[in-house]
Design a protein around this ligand. Structure first.
Ligand code: GLU
Length: 503
């Protein structure tokens, strides 16, 4: 048997460190066992998938040095490798299940589903859907279809018994079927859900081992059941420990730097970043912490994969990175590497127009531009003092700016300009006197300097997001209760309901 493994990222956001982490373990597994590593793009979520996010997955993985044998960009014998190009395949398999009576058409309206969820929540049921369309007669189905009612296709999940499977890392896992909803396989627009597309593709692409993050383990019983109803042999499942934030919770962009580009832009070396990520899920037999990708591929033993989550500790990454700088970049090559990072003509040519009229002498240049080249801004209390605005309100302003930038999907200078004006209006504060000083403080660590919005363009989305988060934290952060209330107020376009919480 030739080992075939894959990663299957969804292009719905910035390239996540979790994607590089999973890619690495799949790559290591494939290379160790002489198999193939496949990249498949799971873009079945039509509203959230974007071609530029897909492009960024390739770009980010290329920076890490990870390569794959088959994928949308490199082709291969099992293509297409982009799920949006495979809709007809999923429809055919879904029809097979319908014909065999293993799936059914469900005509529940969004309102009905909402009611079912509310009742389920009240009665403490684990199910969100009460299976009410599971046993319709053929006549009724035909009538509803003739009336043009839209439907989804759902899997008939057994009403009793347990789904038991063996996870190669975590051991035997068992889920009661009674707790699993009849899964939607095909949405009303004819597109497959993640579950159907994922299983059909893993089968058709000959995937032998599914190595993915722990967060997918609750999907696995549904997948195991799908393999069973199709009569296919399931792959070996291996669920990897999650990357955790310092709070012990799953690493999330709401609190941590999660974009791979953040680490590239902050000046980490890809080899060190890769070393660090593998260390999060694996320990070498001799306890070594610094090793090359080839070394871990050679000695790799799936039994040494960690079982519990690993804290994504930037201090550790910093230490590893320093070791790489010392050991792998000779002194006479260091300047070349720094130039390649940020001190290059491209970057400097973008910076010069901003600095041109703002220097009394060249000695002023670094003072003006330091925030573009440093990771730890000198945040201090007085920097964030704005008369009449509480720290909680300041934190709330940063938080809502993040939401507004996410909503507009424009994290450049023009997006920041618009977002900051909108948020000033929403909070009823002066844009120039309140929001702009807070943005200068956050982005540059000073009260004034280079033009702010152009600087946002130069700094790039990922570092801007992290600085907004850090400024929010520096001002005391927001409890999850406050975040929830603030989110509601932001979505309703009025701060009135949370005003008293922010003083
Ligand atoms: N599309 C899923 C993701 O975004 C794939 C999960 C899996 O590997 O099955 O990670």
């Amino acid at each position: 048997m030739t080992v075939r493994v894959r990663i299957a990222p969804s292009p719905t956001g910035d390239p996540h460190v979790g994607t590089a982490y999973m890619a690495l373990f799949n790559l290591i597994f494939a290379r160790h066992f002489g198999g193939k590593f496949i990249l498949r793009i799971e873009d079945t979520d039509r509203t959230r998938s974007r071609p530029e996010y897909e492009e960024n997955i390739y770009k980010a993985l290329a920076w890490t040095g990870i390569t794959w044998d088959e994928g949308p960009d490199v082709g291969g014998p099992y293509g297409p490798y982009r799920q949006s190009e495979r809709t007809a395949i999923y429809q055919k398999y879904c029809q097979e299940l319908l014909d065999a009576g293993k799936a059914y058409k469900c005509f529940a309206t969004p309102q009905e589903l909402q009611e079912m969820r509310e009742i389920g929540a009240k009665t403490g049921s684990k199910l969100g859907y009460d299976r009410r369309y599971r046993n319709l007669s053929a006549e009724e189905i035909a009538e509803r279809e003739a009336r043009g009612e839209s439907y989804t296709i759902r899997l008939k999940v057994p009403l009793s018994g347990d789904c038991v499977f063996e996870d190669a890392i975590k051991g035997r896992i068992s889920f009661p079927y009674a707790d699993i909803d009849d899964q939607v396989l095909q949405k009303s627009d004819g597109f497959p859900t993640y579950h159907l597309a994922n299983v059909v593709d893993d089968h058709l692409m000959g995937i032998t081992h599914v190595i993915r993050g722990d967060e997918w383990i609750s999907s696995t019983p549904k997948h195991v059941l799908l393999y069973e109803v199709f009569g296919w042999t399931p792959p070996v499942f291996m669920h990897m420990p999650l990357l955790l934030g310092r709070d012990g919770k799953k690493l999330s962009k709401r609190k941590n730097p999660t974009s791979i580009f953040y680490y590239r832009d902050s000046g980490y070396l890809p080899e060190a970043f890769v070393n660090f990520l593998t260390l999060m899920g694996y320990s070498m037999s001799d306890g070594r912490e610094i090793y090359t990708l080839d070394e871990i591929i050679k000695e790799f033993d799936p039994k040494r994969i960690g079982v519990s989550g690993a804290v994504f500790d930037i201090t550790k990454l910093d230490w590893i990175n320093q070791q790489y700088v010392i050991q792998h970049i000779p002194q006479d090559k260091l300047w070349e590497r720094l130039k390649a990072w940020s001190f290059n003509n491209d970057f400097m040519n973008r910076l010069m127009p901003l600095a041109h009229s703002r220097m009394k002498n060249f000695g002023d240049f670094m003072e003006l531009a330091d925030f573009l080249f440093i990771n730890h801004l000198p945040y201090a209390e007085p920097l964030f003092e704005v008369p009449g605005v509480t720290k909680t309100k300041i934190a709330a302003i940063y938080q809502t700016i993040i939401w507004e930038l996410d909503r507009s999907e424009n994290w450049g200078g023009s997006g920041m300009n618009e977002a900051s004006r909108k948020i000033a209006e929403l909070f009823g504060v002066n844009h120039k006197k309140v929001v702009m000083p807070l943005l200068f403080a956050c982005i540059m660590g000073k009260r004034h300097g280079l033009p702010l919005f152009d600087s946002v363009d130069l700094l790039g989305k990922d570092r801007v997001r992290v600085r907004l988060l850090q400024s929010m934290e520096f001002n005391g952060g927001l409890s999850s209760k406050k975040v929830d209330a603030l989110k509601k107020a932001y979505e309703n376009g009025s701060m009135a309901a949370v005003e008293h919480d922010l003083v």
